[in-house]
Design a protein around this ligand. Structure first.
Ligand code: ADE
Length: 248
């Protein structure tokens, strides 16, 4: 899968994509990431990418022309033939597993990072989607773009060593993940639960499911309304005090 990122700060992406799982995925040819400096597509002597807002007020606004130039140069002038272009903005739909999974099925995706206090509204004529990584405002769209690429890349087959893992993780199942342990068996009076040493796979699976249910009920009860729950799950949850308010 190929990602094209339009940004004023391509240098911010280096460390993140040059390490760990994303680096391995790139080396294996599973993921290609190209960053494009919007400033390189300005036509004026000073390479200006921002200007003061019409109507007054503080702050600077990202200019429309360099962004159109960059996108049309790299992705082509034919809008129908372009890969989807996502604007990273706190005004977008909030990123979740379903969005990441859906984009992982695309061969190519482009991301546009906003900066300064805003972006000329006419840029929206270029974009196909707007995504936020949460209800808070960062200084720019670069960190959100990295988060989105990472979240999508995990769903590309082969990127994560265990192909089942992304589908078992917190949120992918609709529940938070169960607790995990590795050696040592005991650390500062904290011991690994005996059930995990028992070798009874069915009982371990049941314990993990119950832990995931209990943890979700405690921390994110809002997720339970959308989760795929069996009758056994519901029984476990009711014993933990869950009120299934018969809305489903
Ligand atoms: N740019 C600034 N804040 C953002 C956010 N929360 N999500 C996506 N892009 C952003």
């Amino acid at each position: 899968m190929r990602f094209d990122v339009f940004t004023l700060f391509p240098g911010m992406f280096a460390g993140v994509f040059d390490d760990s799982i994303l680096q391995r995925a790139r080396a294996a040819g599973l993921v290609e990431i190209f960053t494009h400096n919007i400033r390189a597509f300005t036509r004026d002597k000073h390479h200006v990418c921002d200007d003061t807002p019409y109507g007054g007020g503080g702050g600077m606004v990202m200019k429309v022309e360099p962004i159109f130039e960059a996108v049309e140069n790299i992705l082509g002038v034919e809008a129908q033939a372009r890969p989807p272009l996502i604007l990273m903005t706190p005004q977008g739909r909030v990123l979740d597993t379903a969005i990441a999974r859906a984009y992982a099925r695309q061969p190519r995706v482009a991301l546009l990072c906003g900066h300064y206090e805003g972006i000329d509204e006419r840029v929206r004529a270029l974009v196909n989607d707007e995504i936020s990584i949460g209800d808070y405002v960062l200084t720019g769209g670069e960190i959100p773009a990295m988060a989105l690429i990472d979240a999508i890349a995990r769903f590309i087959p082969g990127v994560v060593g265990d192909p089942g893992a992304p589908h078992q993780d917190s949120h992918a199942t609709g529940l938070l993940e169960y607790p995990q342990y590795t050696r040592p068996l005991e650390f500062r009076d904290m011991r690994v639960p005996d059930i995990l040493l028992s070798g009874h796979h069915a009982q371990i699976e049941q314990w993990r499911r119950n832990q995931a249910l209990g943890r979700t009920l405690e921390r994110r009860p809002d997720l339970l309304a959308q989760a795929n729950l069996s009758e056994t799950d519901k029984k476990v949850l009711r014993e933990l005090g869950w009120q299934d308010n018969q809305t489903r």
